[in-house]
Design a protein around this ligand. Structure first.
Ligand code: HEM
Ligand code: HEM
Length: 461
């Protein structure tokens, strides 16, 4: 076994775990989508909507996205530091703890053991502690690897990754601090946690990883390093204080809401810095982009990031929120961003980087399957987004017109059906993805290329 093999195995198993959680959580997603269309479907306590919904959100956000981002972060740090991971053993402990938390979280929620209506933090505290311990193991491991890197310069991806590993534990602790779970305090902390996990964990991690996967894939340097630095710092400044935009027109302080609305507009600086940077990097590489499904995911993810964020800034405006808040419109935005942007960047990075790493099959073997994955995923999220956007608008307009609640339910039933179909396509694409990841498992002695990837030159591998 060469000295890089333990690192490669750790990365692979982390990505495989993520793909398994994605497939599983998608089945929960389709089930709750069908339940919202046909409420009598699976009328059992263990499978009630209230139990399955947090299992779905925990599964996709903490199982799929978080594990996948951790796996890719290890890969990026290992390649850009030009050395294997500091402690593969600590990495395995981290992976074990995270998977244990995910299993425990799924089982306890099925049994109805929960902290209550605290979105994305429904797991009881001991389960959350397991997850946090896993994240800390990985964070420490990556920090040590970077400290002991074999190049002087630190590549821009690593700033985003280190930032993510500092911010996630901080906000997770705040989210679980006792004493803030009632009244207005509850809403302020809920808004803070809900958006900061999106903005200071998923967003910087997905972007940081793409700062590595895109130049690798296109075999050329990123368009501008400075735009990356602008995006990193402005994201930190603006995202930290926009959590209150989840509850505009609520009893939370008016000034807090106003700051959130204003900084939501400011978010256009980091968002468009990234969108332009990735787009200009892609200009001139159309031959690769046409050929590689990994590039399709990154291109679509870049467009989705820009547009879904623009939509987010609009949703935060009071006049807009008055119509769309509490409706399916928010669910459409949530999936467009968390799936169309963050998950698409992850899919792109896995297809771009994993074949190089494990080198068991030629990338061309996987390409047709990855292409079908892309087509199903794009068709699925488009149907999902369009149906939920129309449905949310119908709901909001009917409520604003003073119609009884039940009138809004009658109006949206066909859209619920369409969402279940779109979600079914997305779920099918995730089984193709799982199959591709399985095909890319490392051989006993992988024939990898050497590490010499200079971040300072960003020369092709
Ligand atoms: C600049 C960028 C963004 C802004 C200004 C923004 C704004 C908003 C606003 C105002 C809401 C609340 C809507 C309501 O409840 O009425 C919301 C919800 C949401 N956003 Fe964003 N968004 C942005 C980017 C993103 C990104 C990048 C992601 C994912 C990675 C994301 C994921 C979500 C999710 C999951 C929700 C639903 C939260 C919930 O109520 O459960 N957003 N966003
Ligand atoms: C595979 C197909 C999927 C289906 C059918 C599906 C379906 C659903 C449904 C029915 C809900 C509940 C909406 C409600 O309470 O009104 C939901 C919530 C949510 N799902 Fe999915 N989902 C899927 C995949 C994903 C993926 C891959 C992600 C993230 C990467 C994701 C992130 C979320 C989030 C953040 C929420 C909470 C949204 C909010 O409160 O506004 N879903 N999903």
């Amino acid at each position: 076994m060469d000295h890089e093999t333990p690192t490669v195995r750790l990365i692979y198993m982390t990505l495989l775990s993520a793909a398994v959680w994605l497939a599983l959580a998608s089945l929960y997603g389709v089930t709750i989508a069908v339940k919202l269309w046909m409420p009598e479907f699976l009328p059992y306590e263990l499978a009630s909507f209230g139990r399955l919904r947090p299992i779905h959100t925990g599964g996709v956000l903490l199982g799929w996205l978080t594990l996948a981002l951790v796996g890719l972060a290890i890969l990026v740090v290992y390649r850009t530091s030009r050395r294997p991971i500091w402690s593969p053993r600590l990495g395995w402990i981290g992976l074990g703890l995270m998977n244990a938390a995910l299993i425990a979280g799924t089982v306890t929620l099925h049994l109805g053991i929960t902290r209550g209506p605290l979105e994305y933090r429904e797991w009881v505290t001991p389960v959350a502690v397991l997850m946090a311990a896993g994240i800390l193991c990985h964070g420490w491991n990556l920090l040590q690897t970077l400290i002991h890197r074999r190049v002087e310069e630190m590549y821009i991806s690593n700033a985003f990754i280190l930032g993510g590993f500092v911010w996630l534990p901080t906000l997770y602790v705040i989210a679980y601090l006792p004493g803030f779970d009632r009244g207005v305090e509850h809403m302020v902390i809920q808004g803070y946690y809900m958006h900061v996990i999106l903005g200071l964990w998923f967003t910087p991690m997905a972007i940081g990883i793409t700062y590595w996967s895109l130049p690798r894939l296109l075999q050329k340097p990123i368009y501008s390093y400075s735009l990356g630095v602008v995006a990193f710092w402005s994201n930190l400044v603006f995202y930290t204080m926009i959590g209150a935009h989840h509850f505009v027109l609520s009893p939370t302080p008016w000034w807090l809401q106003s700051i959130a609305v204003l900084l939501g507009v400011g978010m256009m600086i980091p968002v468009w810095s990234t969108v332009f940077n990735f787009s200009f990097t892609m200009v001139g590489s159309w031959a690769v982009i046409r050929r590689e499904p990994a590039a399709w995911f990154i291109l679509a993810g870049t467009i989705n990031y820009g547009l879904a964020s623009l939509q987010g800034s609009l949703q935060a405006l009071r006049d807009f929120s008055q119509i769309t808040h509490f409706t399916h419109y928010t669910v459409a935005h949530a999936h467009w961003a968390a799936y169309g942007f963050a998950s698409f960047f992850v899919f792109g990075a896995v297809y771009a980087l994993l074949p190089r790493l494990t080198a068991v099959v030629d990338r061309a073997t996987i390409r047709p399957y990855a292409a079908w994955h892309f087509r199903f995923a794009l068709a699925g999220i488009t149907i999902y987004f369009v149906s939920m956007t129309i449905s949310g608008t119908v709901q909001g307009m009917r409520w604003s017109a003073g119609l009884p609640f039940v009138a809004s339910l009658d109006g949206v039933s066909p859209y619920m059906f369409a969402r279940a179909i779109g979600g079914g396509l997305m779920a099918a694409s995730h089984f193709i993805f799982l199959w591709c990841v399985w095909q890319l498992r490392p051989a006993a002695e992988p024939a990898r290329g050497p590490i010499p990837v200079g971040p300072e030159t960003q020369a092709p591998e």
